[in-house]
Write a protein that binds this ligand. Structure first.
Ligand SMILES: [Zn+2]
Length: 649
């Protein structure tokens, strides 16, 4: 458009966009001179260094839709007591406990017990302190660490868990057992988070003790038997051990981390082959996060190639419009083929949590905006909205029409997704801004403040996004040197996107799907305002062009199909089950009233841009349509049936 200057042209059809290694665009404004440079994603990290999250505690959310959810989550976490969380740890260590046990997956008879109580809870409490300054939850976390360390001391071998080592013995013997290493990983990760985010050094000592036990247990086991044991879900054992190595500078933990690698899974990925069909999704994403950390800590590029191929493949060939993957927890189909897979049991929430973690890493190596686009897609469509007003979380994300959201009970479920959800809703602040040297990356449009004291820089992001189609950055800076601020121009916006500096339109702009880099000496009171037009789009279900989702900007839209079930077992599941009993069959997909090949403008109408209200014309009905994240109690439809194109004779 006039006055705008395309820095770099890239092929942005979705398919090639996600599959190709897109270039990262950098546009620098240094005084009167304008400099454009393009770095191929592959050489980006080598040339410029890694892009990393801001230091913990530097970013706070401001009032808005995310802050509200963060507070609901914190209240839920605050309702759980240390003595009850510690109960099964104490019983396992032979320490008396009269506390009332929690139930579901924390029941004293459940093989996963401790995964939430001494794992996710610690991570969430540490995150709540880092991102919100929540001292109550930090203190609760400290109480837990103290109680758990006492259990570890009583046991005396370094072992620390809420179940006895007998579960690991069954793993050795090839007898049925749920997932002892998975739980062990959660506990170690929780302890490390308490160390890195709150400074609790007892937590680091406990994690090192746990790692010592793993070494003693796992090194003597022969390769063949170890490979058989690794067929049982082990979470991110490789990741947490690499993290421990990075923190302590002790290489021995890298060696132990390597014991958790499966050539049968990693080799095809290294050869860029998608052999994921038949695998359990949430078992495998954490293994790749471990590979990503192995690359970052050891520099071995094979791990990076594995992680980049895996993420690119899953996001391009196996995801639904909401930005998540899996059906009945598995990858059940060949790549690019999701036809007929819309069910209640789509898109386990943990998988989105783990994919988003992986996207943070790969973005850090490449600076490629597509990963922060993908992060945004998941954040707004399958994270926001998966917690109810009581802080209870979803497990599956039903994508068949006519279903509704169901949640865990407060004290009787404690699913994996309760745990990852508790972390997610405590860490919305952790991906909004990244840094590289003194550069700032503005990745996400959430009302927030970055206060980067070491750099004398503060950025207040004022926005009502996505109701507002853009954002404003208010800068305070005490530095005299030029600094580059990189702003994501999302792939979903149009060529009418615009940036103003101190109210004056910038006569240059980078493509949607890249970062705009603005370099200058920033002064107190400088503002950057970003206008990001949104349009209606269709995105077909992979493998079935007659079934489509509708999107507006980053938002997946959902039809309101009327009130869902009243409160009861179909809404809140008071057990370890993850699907309501007596589930009815799904509805048929709403059939859009439009000619074959018609775009969304022919059957969907924007009723209010500011209220994000839409209307869809379907056969026999008109539907009120809203962003999926605003669906709460209603039955809904995310996918729509398009008329079949007539075959050409
Ligand atoms: Zn889960």
């Amino acid at each position: 458009m006039p006055g705008h200057w395309r820095a770099i042209m890239t092929d942005r059809s979705r398919r090639s966009f996600l599959k190709k290694s897109a270039g990262a665009a950098a546009l620098a404004l240094a005084g009167p001179q304008t400099l454009i440079s393009a770095l191929h994603a592959d050489s980006f990290e080598q040339a410029t260094g890694r892009i990393e999250p801001m230091p913990p505690g530097t970013v706070r959310l401001s009032p808005g839709i995310f802050k509200e959810q963060e507070e609901i989550n914190a209240r839920y976490l605050d309702s759980l007591t240390a003595d009850r969380l510690l109960h099964t740890f104490r019983l396992t260590a032979g320490i008396t406990s009269t506390a009332t046990p929690y139930k579901g997956w924390e029941d004293p008879a459940c093989e996963l017990r401790g995964h939430f109580a001494g794992g996710h809870y610690l991570s969430a409490a540490a995150l709540a302190f880092a991102t919100q300054g929540n001292d109550e939850l930090k203190n609760r976390g400290n109480d837990l660490v103290g109680g758990m360390a006492a259990c570890q001391k009583k046991i005396g071998t370094g072992y620390l868990s809420a179940f006895p080592t007998e579960e690991f013995e069954r793993l050795v013997e090839g007898k049925p057992v749920w997932a002892p290493f998975y739980t062990y990983h959660k506990i170690m990760a929780g302890l490390l988070d308490m160390y890195t985010l709150t400074g609790n050094s007892d937590a680091l000592a406990a994690a090192e003790g746990m790692a010592g036990w793993v070494s003693d247990f796992f090194w003597p086991i022969g390769t063949e038997q170890r490979m058989r044991m690794l067929r049982t879900e082990y979470g991110g054992m490789n990741e947490v051990l690499v993290n421990l190595a990075a923190i302590t500078k002790k290489d021995k933990y890298i060696g132990t981390a390597h014991l958790f690698e499966q050539p049968s899974f990693l080799d095809p990925l290294a050869a860029r082959r998608d052999e994921l069909q038949g695998l359990h999704a949430n078992t495998h994403v954490p293994k790749i996060i471990g590979a990503a950390r192995m690359y970052e800590v050891t520099g071995d590029r094979r791990y990076r190639e594995i992680a980049e191929y895996f993420l690119g493949e899953v996001m391009a060939a196996r995801t639904y419009a909401i930005g998540n993957t899996s059906v009945g927890e598995f990858w059940r189909t060949p790549p690019d083929e999701l036809k007929g897979t819309l069910q209640w049991t789509n898109a386990e929430c943990c998988v989105a949590y783990n994919l988003m973690k992986l996207e943070r890493h790969v973005f850090g190596w490449t600076g490629d905006a597509r990963w922060m686009d993908a992060y945004e897609r998941a954040l707004f469509n399958c994270r926001l909205g998966t917690q109810n007003a009581d802080g209870l979380k979803q497990y599956f994300f039903p994508l068949a029409p006519g279903y509704w959201r169901a949640y865990n009970s407060p004290e009787e479920s404690f699913w994996c997704c309760t745990g990852t959800g508790a972390e997610e809703f405590a860490k919305f602040a952790d991906t909004i801004y990244f840094r590289r040297g003194s550069d700032v990356y503005v990745n996400q449009f959430l009302a927030s403040t970055l206060d980067w004291k070491d750099e004398g820089l503060s950025i207040e992001q004022v926005t009502n996004f996505p109701a507002e189609k853009g954002t404003t950055l208010k800068i305070k800076s005490s530095g005299a040197a030029a600094r580059t601020i990189h702003i994501r121009i999302p792939g979903w916006t149009t060529e009418d996107a615009e940036v103003k500096i101190n109210g004056k339109p910038l006569d240059a702009m980078s493509n949607p799907g890249s970062y705009l880099a603005i370099r200058k000496v920033w002064r107190d009171g400088d503002t950057i305002s970003l206008s990001l037009p949104m349009t209606l789009r269709q995105e077909p279900l992979l493998g079935d062009d007659t079934v489509t989702a509708a999107l507006y900007g980053p938002l997946v839209l959902a039809a309101n199909l009327g009130a869902g079930p009243a409160d009861g077992p179909e809404r809140v599941i008071h057990s370890g089950d993850t699907v309501p009993k007596n589930l009815p069959a799904a509805d048929p997909l709403p059939k859009v009233a439009a000619a074959a090949g018609a775009g969304p403008d022919n059957w969907m109408e924007v009723e209010s841009k500011s209220d994000l209200r839409f209307k869809a014309s379907c056969e026999g009905a008109q539907y009120d349509v809203m962003p999926m994240y605003r669906i709460a109690d209603q039955r809904y439809a995310v996918y729509w049936q398009l008329p079949e194109k007539k075959k050409q004779s």
